[in-house]
Design a protein around this ligand. Structure first.
Ligand code: FES
Length: 66
């Protein structure tokens, strides 16, 4: 799905950028351009950032319980 209409960036491209370490709006913009023009897509970029952060917590070791 197209998220950033200005730069023609899809949600898949943004997710890939986040998985590769772009963990802020600014970094996502630098990597793929999303959010760097009118800013209208930034709420959607934030949603993707949040979803990806929850999916892959950073700096927390996975603990085996039980
Ligand atoms: S829609 Fe993404 S910067 Fe305009």
């Amino acid at each position: 799905m197209l998220i950033c209409h200005c730069k023609k960036v899809t949600d898949a491209t943004i997710r890939e950028a986040v998985k590769n370490g772009a963990r802020s709006r600014g970094l996502v913009g630098r990597v793929c351009g999303a959010g760097t023009c009118c800013g209208g897509c930034l709420p959607a970029v934030d949603e993707i950032l949040q979803a990806e952060r929850e999916e892959t917590p950073r700096g927390l070791p996975m603990l085996a319980v039980g």
